[in-house]
Design a protein around this ligand. Structure first.
Ligand code: FAD
Ligand code: DHB
Length: 389
C-alpha cells in the first residue's frame, strides 16, 4: 500500500488532520488501534476555543456544533463562597463553545465516511521504519496479517501511550514533566446543569468543576488523591463531596441523579521536544499533556493540526518545505503558553497534599485579585478562550 501521509491514531487530532489533508487532495491512511465505537465512548474534553471552532468549520464539520453546541460568554471561578465572574465577551469580545469531544469525533467520522477516506481500525503492533529517511514505511497487523504502507510523511496522532513518540530515539528528544499528586473524578448525569456557565471551584475541601454537555446532561468533577479508586466512590459520596466544594447558593440548587459514567483521570503536565524527527511529526497528546484545569488538551491538539496540515499541504502540493521545517518551533511556542496557563489554573485552584499554611492563602489571594482587577480577569479570559494560532 502507498499513500502520502500515514496518520497513526484515529482520535480527534488524527481524524481532523485526515479531513483537512484529504480536502486539499492529499492522500492519507489512518491507523487506529481500537474500534470506532470505543473511540466514541470516551468521555473527555468539553470546551472548544474559538480557534478550534473556526478550524472545525473550515474542515466542514462545524454544522452540528453550531446547532447543538452551547456558546458560553463567561465562566466562574470560586473560592468557598466568593464567586468571581469572568465575562469573556465583555472583556475581550470572545466566547467558547461547550460541545463534547465525543461529538466532535462523531462529526469527524461522519465527514470522513462521506469523503470516503481510509481509516483502518483494530490495527496491532504498529511499527514506523525509516522515519529519518525519505522513504518511511509503517507496518501493522490487521486480522492476523502483517501489512506495510510506504509514505512520504508520518503523523503521530496516537496519544500519550502511542508508538510515535517512542519511535524517536531518546537521544534526539527532551522530556519535561510534572506529575500532580491528585486526579479528577468525573461523572456524567442526566440532570439539569447547576448553573448556565461553568464553575471552577476552589474550597477548603479541594477543587470541583461544574460543567455540562447539554441543557439536560451535566458533567461534574472533583479533585481526588492519586491513590483513590473509582469503585470506592458511590454516587451519593460523589454528590456529597461536590456539594461541600461549591459555593452555598450553588450547592443548594444542585440537582443530583444516577451517574451514567464515572472515571478518574490523573493530572500531569508533559512536553516532549522537538515535535519532528525526520519525516515523523508528533501531534496532540502524543507530544504533550496538560492538566485539564482550563480545558486546553483538545484545543492544543487542534492547534497542532492547524500548523501541521498547512505545512504538509505546502510541502506535498507546492514543494515548499518551510512549514514542515518550522512546525516544531511554531507549535511549541503556543504549547508552552497553554502549559503555563493550565499549570497556573491547576496551582491556583487545587489543594496539594501536605501543603504548608502559606499555599491556601496564595490561592485565596489569587481569587481575591481576580475579583478586584479587570486586568487580571482580561488576562485569564484571553488565555481561557485561546491564544491566536
Ligand atoms: P487521543 O484522543 O488520545 O487519540 C489517540 C488515538 O490513538 C486513540 O484513539 C488511540 O486508541 C490511538 N492509538 C494509541 N496508540 C496507538 C497505536 N499504537 N496504534 C494506533 N492507534 C493508536 N482535555 C480537556 O480539555 N478536558 C478534559 O476534561 C479532558 N479529560 C480527559 C480525560 C482523559 C481520561 C484523558 C486521557 C484525556 C482528557 N483530556 C481532556 C485531554 C483530551 O481529551 C486530549 O487532549 C485529546 O483527546 C487529544 O487528542 P489526540 O487525538 O491527540 O489523542
Ligand atoms: C470540561 C473539562 C475541563 O477540563 C474543563 O476545564 C472544562 C470542562 C468538561 O469535561 O466539561
Amino acid at each position: 500500500m502507498k499513500t502520502e501521509v500515514v496518520i497513526i491514531g484515529g482520535g480527534p487530532s488524527g481524524l481532523l488532520l485526515s479531513q483537512l489533508l484529504n480536502d486539499a487532495g492529499v492522500s492519507t491512511v489512518v491507523l487506529e488501534r481500537t474500534t470506532r465505537e470505543h473511540v466514541l465512548s470516551r468521555i473527555r474534553a468539553g470546551v472548544l476555543e474559538d480557534g478550534t471552532m473556526n478550524l472545525l468549520r473550515h474542515a466542514g464539520v462545524g454544522a452540528r456544533m453550531d446547532q447543538q453546541g452551547l456558546p458560553h460568554k463567561g465562566c466562574y471561578l470560586t473560592d468557598n463562597d466568593l464567586m468571581v465572574h469572568i465575562d469573556f465577551h465583555k472583556l475581550i469580545g470572545k466566547k467558547v463553545m461547550v460541545y463534547g469531544q465525543t461529538e466532535v469525533t462523531r462529526d469527524l467520522y461522519d465527514a470522513q465516511d462521506r469523503m470516503g477516506t481510509t481509516i483502518i481500525h483494530e490495527v496491532e503492533d504498529v511499527v514506523i521504519d525509516g522515519a529519518d529517511s525519505n522513504a518511511p514505511t509503517v507496518s501493522f497487523t490487521k486480522d492476523g496479517q502483517r501489512q506495510q504502507i510506504s509514505c512520504t510523511y508520518v503523523a503521530g496522532c496516537d496519544g500519550f501511550h502511542g508508538v510515535s513518540r517512542a519511535t524517536i530515539p531518546a537521544a534526539k528528544r527532551r522530556e519535561f514533566e510534572r506529575v500532580y499528586p491528585f486526579g479528577w473524578l468525573g461523572i456524567l448525569s442526566r440532570t439539569k446543569p447547576v448553573n448556565d456557565e461553568l464553575i471552577y471551584a476552589s474550597s477548603a475541601q479541594g477543587f470541583a468543576l461544574a460543567s455540562m454537555r447539554s441543557a439536560s446532561l451535566s458533567r461534574y468533577y472533583i479533585q481526588v488523591s492519586s491513590t483513590e479508586k473509582v469503585e470506592d466512590w458511590s454516587d451519593d459520596r460523589f454528590w456529597e463531596a461536590l456539594k461541600q466544594r461549591l459555593p452555598r447558593p450553588v450547592s443548594e440548587a444542585l440537582v443530583t441523579g444516577p451517574s451514567i459514567e464515572k472515571s478518574i483521570a490523573p493530572l500531569r503536565s508533559f512536553v516532549s521536544e522537538p515535535l519532528r524527527w525526520g519525516n515523523l511529526f508528533l501531534v496532540g497528546d502524543a507530544a504533550h499533556i496538560v492538566p485539564p484545569t482550563g480545558a486546553k488538551g483538545l484545543n492544543l491538539a487542534v492547534s497542532d493540526v492547524f500548523y501541521l496540515h498547512d505545512a504538509l499541504i505546502a510541502a506535498l502540493k507546492r514543494g515548499d518545505h518551510s512549514g514542515v521545517d518550522g512546525y516544531s518551533a511554531h507549535a511549541l511556542s503556543r504549547i508552552w503558553k497553554a502549559m503555563r496557563f493550565s499549570w497556573q489554573m491547576t496551582t491556583m485552584l487545587h489543594q496539594f497534599e501536605g501543603e504548608d499554611s502559606f499555599a491556601p492563602q496564595m490561592r485565596r489571594a489569587s481569587l481575591a485579585h481576580l475579583a478586584q482587577s479587570e486586568t487580571a480577569r482580561r488576562d485569564l479570559a484571553e488565555n481561557y478562550t485561546g491564544l491566536p494560532f
